[in-house]
Design a protein around this ligand. Structure first.
Ligand code: GDP
Ligand code: MN
Length: 404
C-alpha cells in the first residue's frame, strides 16, 4: 500500500524526522488559506502516488496568495503519468544547499534490509545512479541485530554527508529505520533529504526531509487498525472497484485486447504476448487489462470476469489464457459458454487451454459451435490472433457496442 507524500510525512513527523511546515488542501481556496498561514515563498505540491512530480510540473513555488490559488487550480486537475492528483500539499519553501537521497527497503535477495544512499540526490537521482553507480552506497541492516544510533553513525560516515552534520544524518537514519520497522513498511524513501538554511550562516544549516515515499506492507494492516487514516479518498476506477468486490485481481490498462488468465505470472506473460504480437504485426494494439481469475474458475466467476472486461468500452476482443492445474479447463469451458449466454455478447473470445482437461474443454467449446469463439493451440498463436482481430476491428471503426 503506497502512501501519498502528505501521509508519509505524517509518519516522519511522529518519529521526529524534520520536515518543513506543511498543510494539505483539496481546493484552490483551501490552498490559498493554507499558503497564507505558511507564508511566502511557499511550495505547492500535487499529491499523486508517483515520483517525478517536479518534472511533470506538479511542484511549483508561489510568492503570494493569488499565485498560490492559481497554481493550485492548475495542479489539482492534473494527472502525473496516469496517476490523478488527489490534493495539494502546501509547504514552507526551504533554501536548498544540497540534496541527498536515502531509502530503506526490503532486500529479498540478501534477506535483510537495504539502505541506499547517495550525496547526489534530487530529481535526477536515477540518471546519476545509472551513469555513476559508484556514487550510490548500498548498506545493509541485519534484521536480527537491529540498528542502533552507533550503527547509524557508522553508516552516516560511510555514506558521506559531506556538507552536513553526520550526527544529525545518523539521527535521521535511525528514525527512518524506526518508521520502517514500527510501521511494517516495505519502503521508506526521502528524496531529497536536503541540507537547508542560509548558505552564509553555518549555524542555520540542517537536514530536512523535503519529500516522502512510503509503502506499507498490506499484510500487516491488521496490526495497525487497518491503516484507516491512510485510506485513499480518490475515487477508484469503477471497473477495478467492481472487480475488488468480487475478489478479482483486475487492473485496467489502456489497450484494446481484454486479457483473462489464471495465475499472475501467466497473465503477465499474456499481456507481453499480446503487445509483442501487435508489434510484430506493425499495429499499436495493446492489452486492455490484467485479470487473474485465480484457481477454480466457476461459471459465475468467468461470467463476472468477462462482464467486467467487456464493460471497458475500449475492448474489442478478449484473450482467455488458462493453464489447467487445479483448475479444470473443462469447467472453464463450461463457464465461458454460460457466461456468453448470460452476457449475450458477440465480441470475439480467443481461447488457449493447456494442462488439466484441456482436450475436453476445447472439445466442449468446439461442440458449442459459437461464431465468436476462436480456439488457438498455443499462447503465441492466440495472442497473435487476438491482436490481429482487435486491429481489424479498430480499422473498421467497429465499436464494442456494435459487437454486442
Ligand atoms: P518528486 O519530483 O515527485 O520527487 O517531488 P519532490 O517533492 O521531490 O519535489 C521535486 C523537487 O522540487 C525537489 O527535488 C526539489 O529540488 C524541489 N523542491 C521541493 N521542495 C522545495 C523547497 O522547499 N524549496 C526548493 N527550493 N525546492 C524544493
Ligand atoms: Mn522527490
Amino acid at each position: 500500500m503506497d502512501l501519498y507524500e502528505y501521509q508519509g510525512r505524517q509518519l516522519f513527523e511522529e518519529e521526529g524526522i524534520p520536515v518543513p511546515k506543511g498543510i494539505y488542501a483539496m481546493t484552490p481556496q483551501e490552498a490559498r488559506k493554507a499558503a497564507d498561514s505558511i507564508g511566502y515563498p511557499c511550495v505547492i505540491k500535487g499529491q499523486a502516488k508517483i515520483g517525478h512530480r517536479g518534472q511533470a510540473g506538479a511542484v511549483k513555488i508561489a510568492h503570494d496568495a493569488d499565485e498560490a490559488e492559481k497554481l493550485a487550480a492548475q495542479i489539482l486537475p492534473m494527472s502525473v503519468r496516469g496517476h490523478k492528483v488527489n490534493g495539494v500539499l502546501l509547504c514552507e519553501a526551504a533554501h536548498i544547499i544540497h540534496e541527498y537521497y536515502v531509502s530503506i527497503s526490503v532486500d529479498r535477495t540478501s534477506r535483510d534490509y537495504d539502505v541506499l544512499a547517495t550525496a547526489a540526490g534530487g530529481t535526477e537521482v536515477e540518471d546519476i545512479a545509472r551513469q555513476h553507480p559508484e556514487y550510490v552506497k548500498r548498506l545493509h541492516i541485519d534484521p536480527y541485530k537491529g540498528f542502533t544510533l552507533d550503527d547509524a553513525k557508522v553508516m552516516a560516515e560511510q555514506i558521506g554527508f559531506y556538507h552536513a552534520d553526520n550526527d544529525q544524518a545518523a539521527q535521521i537514519l535511525l528514525k527512518m529505520w524506526k518508521v520502517f520497522s514500527d510501521s511494517d513498511a516495505t519502503l521508506v524513501e526521502i528524496n531529497p533529504l536536503a541540507k537547508v538554511g542560509d548558505p552564509d550562516d553555518e549555524s542555520s544549516k540542517s537536514l530536512c526531509a523535503l519529500d516522502s515515499k512510503v509503502s506499507l506492507d498490506g499484510n500487516a494492516a491488521f496490526r495497525h487498525d487497518g491503516w484507516k487514516r491512510f485510506a485513499d479518498t480518490a475515487p477508484a476506477d469503477p471497473l477495478e472497484e467492481r472487480a475488488q468486490q468480487h475478489g478479482l485481481h483486475y487492473v485496467r490498462l489502456k489497450g484494446q485486447v481484454g486479457v483473462i488468465g489464471n495465475g499472475a505470472g501467466l497473465v503477465m506473460s499474456s499481456l507481453d504476448a499480446v503487445a509483442g504480437a501487435a508489434q510484430d504485426q506493425g499495429t499499436d494494439i495493446k492489452p486492455a487489462n490484467f485479470l487473474d481469475i485465480g484457481g477454480g474458475a466457476s461459471a459465475e466467476v468467468m461470467a463476472e470476469c468477462l462482464s467486467i472486461v467487456l464493460d471497458d468500452p475500449n475492448v474489442k476482443d478478449v484473450f482467455v489464457n488458462v493453464y489447467g492445474g487445479i483448475t479444470s479447463c473443462q469447467l472453464v469451458a463450461e463457464g465461458i459458454l454460460e457466461a456468453l449466454d448470460k452476457l449475450n455478447t458477440t465480441a470475439p473470445i480467443i481461447i488457449r487451454f493447456d494442462g488439466n482437461a484441456a482436450k475436453e474443454g476445447l472439445e466442449t467449446l468446439k461442440a458449442a459451435n459459437r461464431p465468436n469463439i476462436i480456439v488457438e493451440s498455443t499462447m503465441e498463436q492466440a495472442a497473435a490472433a487476438a491482436a490481429r482481430i482487435a486491429a481489424s476491428m479498430e480499422g473498421n471503426g467497429n465499436t464494442q457496442e456494435e459487437n454486442r
